[in-house]
Design a binder for this molecule. Sequence first.
Ligand SMILES: Cc1ncc(COP(=O)(O)O)c(C=O)c1O
Length: 395
Amino acid sequence: MTSRTPPLARRMSDIAPFHVMALLARAHELEAAGRDVVHMEIGEPDFASPEPVVEAGLRAISSGRTRYTAAVGIPELREAIAAHYDRHFGVAVDPGRVVVTPGASGALLLALAATVNPGEEVLLTDPGYPCNRHFVRFVEGSPVSLPVDAASHYQLNAQSVADRWGERTRAVMLASPSNPTGTTLGAGEIAGILDTVRRHDGYLILDEIYQGLVYDAAPSSALSIGDDVIVINSFSKYFYMTGWRLGWLVVPPHLSEAMERLAQNLFLSPPAPSQYAALAALDPDCDALLAARRDAFVERRDFLIPALRELGFKIPVTPGGAFYVYADCSGLTGDSFAFALDLLEKQAVAITPGVDFGVHRAEHHVRFAYTTTVERLALGVERIGAYLGTVPRRG
Ligand SMILES: Cc1ncc(COP(=O)(O)O)c(C=O)c1O
């Protein structure tokens, strides 16, 4: 008897892999063969979890805090997150609106699952964080990626949202600062978008995962604009806890109960030791360390951007946050994916091609992540300069 392989679900044909993973695999092969690769492709901070966080996590494990918790998180952490908004942004948040999740990834999934019906549209940016369109697809919604460019700081605005809002549109999903562009939305811009969304009885889902990592303005939260914004956040980036898998969302009061039901069913509970560790991350004792690391990112950004411009990359908008530079490489190549592969082979510098973030002018863009030291960035820049010296320039 011949056995046939059962088919995958249809949705799987819409779920793309991260192209950078192929590049990363090649980078690891080169490293195994003894090459020294400069990593500027990784969207993960190079800093370790803060010491008090590690200690609190270890204490939690050794004292047996290794069981399920409440689906929406331990009350102490929900209260600490609410207090964090008060302390840093002067916004009063009821802890009952805070839902602790397995990473911002879990939070994004909950937000969409609770608000989007099959067939309904969610407006996104192209380029944007690639998982978002897959999350929308996963809940059987329809992702609508709107091309954005330097003129709009790679963000949507009230006008572009109003222009595209249709009968079936349910939500708009944005990030500030954004991945891959590092650009931010100002309070006025968020208020304008929120007005449009309210007029259509829709939802604004705003991802603030890079909130603490802003360099040209004081950190802020959309929660100070309205309690009807669904705000996403995480311990991954500003708190250096990527592997602890912990994030949260703050939801409008009328969604709290639905979120709890969903979180119970999808996750049962966020990871218990991570939640106790996260309490230490939010403690004022960690403030100075987190601020110092933020300052290190500013220094890296301020080194990297002029150096890349000097090499011929166009960076029309200086990114105000996160740890990314989304650079236009059209003057250097017409195929950013081939460029990234060739750069890795010839000079052992890893960067992310635009195709990982959408289709709009993707072949003309690459993302640099400054998740490594200024010394390593300088070495990367030197090698890219050497590479460009050996390939014919366009135009
Ligand atoms: C914009 C954005 N949102 C969400 C995530 C997911 O983060 P996590 O699930 O680690 O909290 C990332 C990770 O890179 C991101 O860049």
